[in-house]
Design a protein around this ligand. Sequence first.
Ligand SMILES: [Zn+2]
Ligand SMILES: [Zn+2]
Length: 277
Amino acid sequence: MKVKLHGTRGAYPTSSANNQTYGGNTSCIEVINGEERIIVDAGTGILGIDFDTFYDADRIDILLTHLHMDHIQGLAFCKPLFNANKEVHIWGPGGSPESLQARLNRFLSPPLFPISLRDIPSKLIIQELPNTTFTIGNFAITAEYISHPGPTVGFRIQCGSKTVTYMPDHEPVIGKAHLFPEDEWVSGFKLAHRSDLLIHDSQYSKEEYMNKVGWGHGSLEIAAEFCSRAEAKHLLLFHHDPAHSDDERTRMFEDFMKRANYNFPIELAVQGHEIEV
Ligand SMILES: [Zn+2]
Ligand SMILES: [Zn+2]
């Protein structure tokens, strides 16, 4: 299995020259197993996927963790949605009195967008996810609600003996410096448990986090503590704040690594990178 990072940024896309080392596009990854591919989140990173070359199949699956703009903005211009020969399956969180379709339609309809979701030419199949496990081809996927404002799921994606967990927006404990001592009280624990690769929110420094408690994100420190507790084998720090220049982000990471003492690799996510799992 291979993971391609098409967008690693949180909050909003950035074209600043100071943000290009880690990439300017918002959250989107692709999980690839031979000819099989699934897309997770549809931030502006989805616009970098070469649909003409790699997606000759009639069916495309897009999994959404939640509906914040940085995770759905690219849907509006995602080529397969405008191709009448394509069947596009969009999977996303339930947990609201309004259907997933109605919530997506708030963005994909006037006045924010020229046409309504119902007028999009592809065959759209929109499926709400409770806490559940389902399969797409050879991928076994578990969705589970995690701690973030509004209904939000994380994904555990298994293929053969390998597992990737994706939680781009996650505040594992709210306002505390450390995780709860009991595993069952740690949001997302089961999703990440013994994953080969954990892609996790790390938007803030430890100090910044204390002014942003409850905003739905965590720090590099808490991401590493979470990875360690879940015994995941490799941590990819994701959802970079566009308000940080790349130099600031690198310094923040280096400072953290000087103090960190973990027995698994920790890296900053870089747009365009492919990771073999
Ligand atoms: Zn986000
Ligand atoms: Zn969010």
